[in-house]
Design a protein around this ligand. Structure first.
Ligand code: HPA
Length: 278
C-alpha cells in the first residue's frame, strides 16, 4: 500500500544519496549544547538539512542543523548536529524522519545524547546518566498511523530498547576513563515548557531518574527498524522544584558546555569500541 510518510523518507534518502555515497555504521545524535562534538570528527562531507528537500529544519538555538559524515577514529559515522523536536510543531513523522533516514543510509547503531533535568536527587548539573530504559507514555507514539511494513512490524517489542551489550561497552569506557556515570530511566515529555514540581514528584514516583524533551521518539523509531540503540544524558540541571531555582534554556546550555570535554571523551571512546563490536 502507498504510504506518504515512507514515500517522503525515500525522497529524502535519494536526495542525500545524490550528494554522498558514504555508508555510516553508527549514527550519533548530539543534544543541546553538545553540538561542538562535531569538531572531533574527521569530516568527509557535510549536508545542511535545508539542502535536503522536504527535510524538517530545527528552529531551536543551539541546534544548528546539518548531517556530518566522517570518521570517529576508524568508525564511519553520521552525526546529526541539531535534532528536530516535537514541540517545534512538526508532525511526529517528521521528528523521526532523520532517524529513519540514517538507518536507511546503513547505520546499524543509534547513539543518542541529550540534556535532561535530574529527577534522582543524587544527580548534579554536568553529571552523565546512561539511559537504561524510558517512559514514553505521556506523549504521542511516533509509530501511530499505518505501519510502514518495509521498516518494521506493527507491534514492536520494547523490552530492550537500549541495548544491554552497548550499555556494557559504555560502562566499561566510563570506568576506564574515570568518568562518573549514573544510570537510569529517562522520562519523555513533549515540552516546551519545563515540568512543574508536582509533575517531577509524579515522575519520580513512577521510577524516572531524568526528564527531557527528546530522544525517546528517535529510540522508538530506531527500535522499530531493528537498529541497536544506546543513549547518554547530560544532566544539565536539577529538575523543577529540587533546587528551588527557576529553569532556563541558557542554564541547560551552560551545563552542557561545562560537561563537553568529558562527554566528548565518553562518546568518542564508546563509538570506537562499538565500532569494533559490529
Ligand atoms: N526538563 C525537561 N527537559 C530538560 C530539562 C528539564 O529540566 N533540562 C534539560 N532538558
Amino acid at each position: 500500500m502507498k504510504n506518504a510518510i515512507y514515500d517522503k523518507l525515500l525522497r529524502c534518502v535519494k536526495s542525500v544519496r545524490e550528494k554522498t555515497d558514504f555508508e555510516p555504521k553508527v549514527a550519533i545524535v548530539l543534544g543541546s549544547g553538545l553540538g561542538d562534538y562535531a569538531n572531533d570528527i574527521k569530516v568527509v562531507t557535510e549536508i545542511p538539512y535545508e539542502d535536503i528537500e522536504e527535510f524538517p529544519v530545527s528552529t531551536v538555538p543551539g541546534h544548528a542543523g546539518k548531517f556530518i559524515f566522517g570518521y570517529v577514529d576508524e568508525v564511519p559515522v553520521v552525526c546529526m548536529k541539531g535534532r528536530v523536536h516535537y514541540y517545534e510543531g512538526y508532525p511526529i513523522s517528521d521528528v523521526i524522519l532523520p532517524t529513519r533516514l540514517m538507518g536507511m543510509l546503513g547505520a546499524k547503531v543509534l547513539f543518542l545524547t541529550n540534556a535532561s533535568g535530574g529527577i534522582n536527587e543524587d544527580f548534579r548539573a554536568a553529571d552523565f546518566m546512561l539511559i537504561t530504559d524510558h517512559i514514553a507514555c505521556f506523549a504521542p507514539n511516533p509509530l501511530m498511523g499505518p505501519n510502514i511494513d518495509e521498516l518494521g512490524t506493527r507491534f514492536p517489542d520494547m523490552s530492550e530498547v537500549y541495548s544491554k551489550s552497548l550499555q556494557d561497552i559504555i560502562r566499561t569506557v566510563a570506568k576506564d576513563e574515570k568518568i562518573k556515570l549514573h544510570e537510569g530511566v529517562y522520562a519523555y515529555l513533549t515540552g516546551p515548557s519545563f515540568e512543574s514540581p508536582a509533575e517531577i514528584r509524579m515522575l519520580r514516583s513512577l521510577g524516572a531518574d531524568a526528564v527531557g524533551m527528546s530522544t525517546v521518539t528517535e529510540a522508538i523509531a530506531a527500535n522499530h527498524m531493528g537498529m541497536k540503540i544506546c543513549g547518554i544524558s547530560c544532566i544539565s540541571n536539577q529538575a523543577a522544584g529540587i533546587s528551588g531555582q527557576p529553569l532556563s534554556h541558557e542554564e541547560v546550555q551552560e551545563a552542557a558546555n561545562a560537561a563537553a570535554p568529558y562527554f566528548k571523551k565518553l562518546v568518542t571512546k564508546s563509538v570506537v569500541e562499538i565500532g569494533k563490536s559490529l
